[in-house]
Every structure is written in C-alpha cells, then in structure tokens.
Design a binder for this molecule. Structure first.
Ligand code: ZN
Length: 675
C-alpha cells in the first residue's frame, strides 16, 4: 500500500544533454547509464557508506547479498514464463556473432533492455506487454544458432519454447500483468503468476471463508502464497523453505543468518530471527511478529526491508511482490523528519477531518531520511523514493510504522534534472519557474516526508470496518489520502514555525507542480487512447481534477491557452488549500466507514478517463523535449576486502558497472531458481 514513487517534475528529469557525459567519475550521482524506449537508467551514489564502522559495512554487505538472492522470485511472480524468457533472451544476446548494428539486433537489444527493466515482458508501470520490433524469422534463426552452440540451455527451456514465442510475438497472449478493469475477471485477465487455474470469484470465496470478521489482529491473508487448484479444490501454496521458491529463499536465509551477527541491537537480531522463522515456515503470524519487532526498533543506523511486501502487482491487492531495500540513516537530513514526527499528534489533532476519524493517540510514527545501499526485487531498477511500513492496519494502529524518505535517490533525480527544458515548456511563466527552481526540491522532499510519515499513518477506521472494504480502489484512495494530508499541511504556518520552510510562499512550488502533473504532464506516461490505471497516477489525477472542478466557482485554478498551448494557471492558492482539506475530509470518511460506493464513484469520475485532446498535446510537447518518462537505477557494486585468513577487513563500493552487464552478472551469480 505504501510506497511513494517519483512524481513528474523531477522524475521527468535527466536530459539528453546529460547523456553526452555518461558517467562522471567525480560525481556519478544522476549520470545516465543507459537510455532506451521510454526509459532512462541513472546511477545513484551511497554517501556516507565509507564512514560506517567495519561491522556496519559487513552487515550491509550480507544484507545486500540477501537482497540480490531474491531476484528470481520477483521475476517468476511477475509471470510464469519470465525466467525461461530471460534465460533465452540473455543467451541469444551473449551468443550472438552477427552484425550488432543490424536493425533486427538493435531492436532485439532494445527489447531485452525493456524486459530486464520490467523484470519480465511487461512494462513496470503500465503493466502492458512490450512489443518486439524484430522479426519472428530473425528470432528463429537466433534460437537455432543458440541451440547449436548451447544445446543444454535450449534443452532446459525446450518444453516452454512454444509459450515463449507466443509471449514475445502474440500481442493478446498474457497481454497485461495487472488488469484493473472493473467488471472483468481480474485474475483470469492478469498475466502475473499469483494465481493459476482459478477465477476471481473462487479466490474471493476462498478468502471470505477463512477470514474471521471478528479477528482484531488478522494476518495478511494471501501475502506469501500462490493460489491454485488441486483436485478441484482451491489451495494456497506458500513461498517458503521447502515450498515455492525454496532455492532462492535458502540463499536469502543463509545471508540473513550471516548478517544477523552484526545486528546493531538485540531487538534487531530478534527481528531477523523472526524473519528467518517466517521464511522457514511460511507462517504469517511469524511475519507479524517480525513486523512488530522491526517497527518498534528505531535505533539502528542500518536497516532493511526483505520479503513479500507490496501488493500492487496483485489485482486483488493481497499477494506481496518480493523486494528488498538495504539502507542506513542519513543523519543530517533525518533532523527534518524527526521534527515532523515529534509534532505528529499536533498534525493529527488539527487535520481537517471529522474528529471521529482521527487517531486519539498517534503511536510511534518514526520517520527518517535514509540512503539506499541496494535496490532489489520489485524495488529495482525502478524504485520508490519513500516507503512506509508495515502495511497491516492493526499493527500500524497498535505499534506505529516506520517511514523513510530515500534521499540519495531523490538527489540522483535532482542531479539529473537540471536544464532539460521541461519547466520552460510546461510552466506558465518566469516567476512560477523561479519559484520552482527555488523551492521545489525542498517542498517535494517535505511532501514525501509528510505523505509517508504522517499521511499514511493518520486517521482510523470505525470499529468493524473491513480494511479491504475499498477493494480494487483501496490503493488509489489510500495514496490520495496520504497525498492530500501532505498537500494540506505543506501550506500550514506550522512548517515555518518548526523551521522546515523559510518562506510562507514556498508551498506554492509544490502546489503548482502537483496540479500541472495531475492535470497534464503525467499523461505523457499514458499511450494514446488508454486510461490511467496505476494507483499513484490515479490518485494525482483524482486530486487535481477534483480541485479543478470544485474550484470553478471561485476561479481557483484554470487551464489557459497561450500561443495555442495549454497551461495550468493557479489564481487562488489559499482557496486551493481549503479544497485539499475538504477532499481529504471526504476521502478519510470513505476510508473510515469503508464506503466502497463513494470511493469507486470518485475514482471513476476523476481518476481514470483521459481527455484525448489534452493528452495528445502533452505527448506532442513532451516528445519535442526528448525526456524519458521513466527512470530507474543501476546498483553500486560492493566488494569485500579480505586478509590472508579470509576475514573481511573492509567493504569497497564502486559505481562503474553498466546496465546490461549488471543484469547479466545478477543472472549468473544470483539465479538460484534457474541454475
Ligand atoms: Zn504512499
């Protein structure tokens, strides 16, 4: 539920001019490593890693090994043919002896890069299947050549070869990884591998039968299982040692065990023990124990996420995609979030929602700014800039949550963004551009802090309300709620009083960018004729369109024409803030009461349908800028330095590995499910 992705003004960053100087050895942060299709791959750096103690470095090292060991799990969760597909594509690419400048090979390379980025043949964001631009004939020749020189490889994937051909070349076969279209069987029409041979109704009936509505501390049903049928009966197959994905889980557990000896506190060691127990047994109670220990342990510098966490990949929002992020605290920047979380109760008490829906006592909102040391699984190569966990509502209510802003990632985006022409094209006038130049980085970071550390944690459900009551719209409405909370408070004088901003107009930078993004520029991520589907994009559109419409009478914000181009013009920032507050009150009511009908109506009316005229205009204007709509990252490489006895005496970090070489190395060294 709770990950925050980069919004457009910064994510639409990194210019073509930045490509001229690929990796700058003096400051690799934000440099462009690769560019293909709608993707740009950047480097991030890990400031402060050298200053960690030797034990902390070893801790990070083993945790990064545990992180990389789970890569295959995510690939297989994304689609049942994804691992053999990767094996075939990488094999052909590495075996190829022909002209690497030929049109077919260039198209093939492009396709391979997309598949690596999507952790499978579907786009990481739209979840639509990639379209190859090489010919089927050419591909058959390459399979033959590959089979001649590597018969064992083709042997190993031989029985799914016909499926792989269909997967690559037949547009309607497994066309979408996550289908959210209302009224269709979301399971039958989604290509992910969380379910097999079952209908949506069978899955819903199955879980309804085992859920106890009176359970105040329910486990996260279906989080770590694949649902299928055996002998006509619906069953769950758990991901665990001895179960699904066992070889990968063994390596994860092995590295977690090595990491454990460097845990910084007894509680952190205990949380790792609980995580290992969960991987060993598949018991969701053990996962809850782990989550509680992890949430309450806020003192360590080094921290990590490793497991089946976010459920965006499941159209029913239950099964967690495997991911890992290893990180450590950025002490300077953490002062900012400490100030915010110390004032958490003030924010809750003053929020513009019905007092019945407020938390009487905000528990343990711990927020910090971190630097990521490794991104893995569902957090790689595309990665969130903020995370708030755990996801279980009852644990959040009873034990609080941990919220992070990943500063070295936002820094890389910002480093990449300067001078790409985006603001000149889309921002209405020079004073507004100046405002953005001056205040967007800090207000965007504050927006992330507020969204993650207070927004998701705020409010409460009325007694007896099912946390899954908003069903397929739950993710969108939850993100809407967190964004509105952040937007509302960004303009609050409290932020000046707390010393977080130094100018009462600073918030206008974020307001302008948010409306511009929600009404216009995020549409460049959508293909012509398609609807908005991804939860965060829906949430941004919902908020911006709702405010546009409800602000009409007061002329709060409008779309104006200048020289034939459309611009967002904000006339009344003060009233805009009130509108954010009004919408927040309604979304909180919907969540607290579990009012599915009202939630669905808001989403359907404001968040889904795209105006084709404005869409086309945005695409045309954006195309001229030649900015990649999506960004992702290559990881640094960690190398242990050992003495004559094999003891680790240091861990070095380097920033030189390129995109495909990194993918190939991972496939070679971290592929327990295929080798
Ligand atoms: Zn969020």
């Amino acid at each position: 539920m709770n990950r925050l992705l980069m919004t457009m003004a910064l994510a639409g960053a990194a210019s073509i001019s930045a490509m001229a100087n690929f990796t700058d050895p003096n400051n690799p942060s934000g440099t462009v490593v690769d560019r293909f299709a709608d993707i740009e791959v950047l480097r991030y750096t890990v400031p402060g890693f050298e200053k960690l103690s030797l034990d902390q470095k070893k801790f990070v090292y083993y945790l990064t090994e545990a992180a990389l060991s789970g890569r295959d799990i995510l690939w297989d969760q994304n689609g049942r043919y994804n691992l053999p597909l990767r094996r075939l594509l990488e094999g052909i690419y590495q075996n190829y002896n022909g002209d690497r400048k030929s049109a077919d090979f260039v198209a093939f390379e492009n396709y391979l890069k997309q598949v690596e980025f999507g952790n499978g043949p579907h786009h990481h964001y739209s979840t639509d299947k990639f379209r190859p631009e090489f010919s089927a004939d050419w591909f058959e020749k390459q399979i033959k050549a590959f089979a001649d020189s590597n018969p064992a490889e083709i042997e190993a994937i031989g029985n799914v070869l016909p499926d792989l051909r269909k997967l690559i070349f037949e547009p309607t076969f497994m066309a979408k990884r996550v289908n959210q279209t209302e009224g269709e069987d979301l399971i039958a029409t989604s290509a992910n591998n969380f379910y097999e041979g079952v209908t949506q109704k069978e899955v819903e009936d199955y879980f309804n039968a085992i859920k106890n509505p009176d359970d105040a501390t329910p486990v996260s049903y279906g989080l770590n299982t694949k649902v299928t049928k055996i002998n006509g009966k619906v069953v769950e197959l758990p991901y665990k040692l001895g179960g699904l994905y066992s070889p990968a889980i063994e390596r994860i557990v092995d590295n977690l065990t090595k990491a454990r000896q460097y845990a910084e506190t007894p509680q952190q060691a205990a949380s790792i023990d609980a995580l290992i127990r969960y991987y060993a047994t598949g018991d969701l109670r053990a996962f809850d124990e782990y989550s509680i220990l992890w949430t309450e342990d806020t003192t360590p510098t080094v921290d990590f996420v490793n497991g089946f966490i976010e459920s965006y990949g499941d159209p029913l929002g239950m099964t967690g995609s495997w991911e890992s992020i290893v990180n450590f605290r950025n002490n300077d920047a953490s002062r900012r979030t400490e100030i915010i979380s110390n004032a958490a109760q003030w924010f809750e008490n003053n929020s513009p929602v019905d007092p019945r829906f407020r938390k009487p006592e905000v528990k343990g909102v711990s927020a910090k700014v971190i630097n990521a040391a490794i991104l893995a699984g569902d957090a790689y190569p595309s990665t969130p800039i903020g995370i708030n966990l755990p996801n279980a509502n009852w644990i959040r209510a009873a034990h609080g949550s941990k919220s992070v802003t990943i500063e070295n990632i936002t820094q890389a985006y910002d480093d990449a963004s300067h001078g790409n022409g985006f603001n000149e094209e889309f921002v209405i006038d020079e004073p507004t551009r100046e405002l953005l130049d001056k205040y967007l980085f800090i207000t965007d970071n504050l927006h992330t802090d507020l969204h993650e550390c207070l927004g998701h944690g705020s409010g409460r459900l009325l007694p007896g309300v099912d946390p899954d009551a908003l069903k397929a719209h739950g993710s969108t409405l939850e993100e809407t709620r967190a964004d509105l909370f952040a937007l509302y408070y960004l303009a609050d004088p409290k932020l000046l009083e707390l010393g977080l901003l130094d100018n009462p107009d600073a918030y206008k930078a974020e307001y302008y960018k948010y409306m511009l993004n929600g009404l216009m520029t995020q549409l460049m991520r959508i293909e012509p004729g398609k609807d908005v589907e991804e939860a965060h994009m829906r949430n941004r559109k919902l908020i911006a369109e709702w405010v546009l419409e409800h602000g009409k009478d007061d002329n709060v914000v409008e779309l104006v024409k200048r020289d034939g181009k459309t611009f967002v013009q904000i006339n009344d920032y003060t009233r805009m803030r009130q509108l954010f507050g009004e919408l927040l009150a309604e979304i909180q009511r919907i969540k607290s009461e579990g009012d599915y009908e009202a939630g669905a109506a808001l989403v359907e009316e404001y968040a889904v349908k795209v105006d084709p005229k404005i869409h086309k205009e945005v695409l045309d204007r954006y195309a001229k800028l030649n900015i990649a709509p999506y960004k992702g990252f290559v990881n640094p490489v960690y190398t242990p330095v050992t003495d004559a006895n094999g003891e680790i005496t240091d861990v070095r970090v380097t920033y030189v590995e390129d995109y495909l070489p990194q993918m190939f190395r991972y496939s070679r060294d971290y592929s327990p499910l295929t080798r």
